[in-house]
Write a protein that binds this ligand. Sequence first.
Ligand code: HEM
Length: 418
Amino acid sequence: MNGHLRQPHRASRRGLLTAAGGLLAAAGARVPGSGAATGRAAGIEAFEGVHQAGILTPQQSHCYFAAFDLTADKRDAVVQLLQAWTDAARRLTAGQTAAPMDASLTGPGPDTAEAIGLLPSRLTLTFGFGAGLFVKDGKDRYGLAGLRPEALIDLPRFNGDQLIAEKTGGDLSVQACADDPQVAFHAVRQLARLAYGSASLRWTQAGFSSRPPDGTTPRNLMGFKDGTQTPEQPDRAVWAGDDGPAWMRDGSYLVVRRIRIALEHWDRTKVSFQEQTMGRHKYSGAPLGLKNEFEPLGLDRNDADENPVIPDNAHVRLGNAAANGAAEILRRGYSYNDGANFTAERWPPWRQGMEYDAGLLFLCYQTDPRTGFVKLFGTMAKFDMLNQFVTHTGGGLFACPGGIRQGSFLGQRLFTAA
Ligand code: HEM
């Protein structure tokens, strides 16, 4: 009986080796015949550069965000992990497998293989360091405490926060964005494999953002165009200044929030009230009272009764950096949908009718979270009409170092400074 079972196994292994030989001939390239086009034309975003990709890169349609807890005792193990992640990221973003494939079937394989044959899909991998890399439970685990940037604060608790510990924080972050969800997830999965023994996944969140074929602004799950306003000078809004540690030069601070939206409540709300809440028209995306999406908000416009056309507590008014004396942030949000969940958040009472666990994976980059997100959201969390419909259930703050140059690895400047 056993012999009968083993026979086809031996035969098919030879077959597999031949097939694998052909498949692997392309030196681990995921895309057969990908020799002709390079760069963005081939759907490849450059991994190396002054800044990390995935911040100012035109937004891809999918995101897989992951936060890791470091379990390594030794600093060397962290360095080895970051080196391994850099090598893999270089390959993955170029449309290759995480490591060169070999024909051996005796181990688990250098790559889990589900992205073989798929396009590079403009994959970007953007890495960040959480406060726990520097100090965790009061301990300077890796001798890096003195290099923690002042801007990498412990985020304050905001009004209405209902953060779930298991979906909050993390010592390392990876934002994988791609035009194919399988490519984005595959990339994080390879990094998680490389982390076995030195870091483990703490929380993840998948997101999507579909841009209409005519190139107009994507809509979020509330049905509104989301992403209309962008900083006038993104370079000035995003890259950390020279006042922080040298290793953060050309880097940026990422604030992530997992925001659950009460879709059931929103879907029963009059469109006119939805528009008052946002401060923009739903279908055109124009500021209230105006016709075109990209017209300035005109926050000083009043109606015949001398009331502001865009209400005082409308989302866009409170979010407007100029009106708030805050620094601009670059938003890079994705919708998420984690299926139906009838048990979470049972307060306030109307939320008990919630069915979907869906909302916004809010990602924003800035020069300094203290003058960016914290300032903007500090006011919003208290007064925004949108708060009736949303609950922040998770998130984190990560310092994303500058770009990775040829021959260097992620965080090299941090570890050589210490
Ligand atoms: C589920 C939660 C949220 C939803 C559905 C949402 C949706 C929107 C929409 C539809 C707009 C108008 C279109 C645009 O300019 O993109 C907007 C603008 C904006 N939102 Fe949000 N948002 C959410 C949370 C947040 C949070 C937490 C912040 C934190 C600071 C924020 C900051 C902003 C800013 C800065 C603007 C641009 C304001 C301006 O025109 O100057 N949003 N948001």
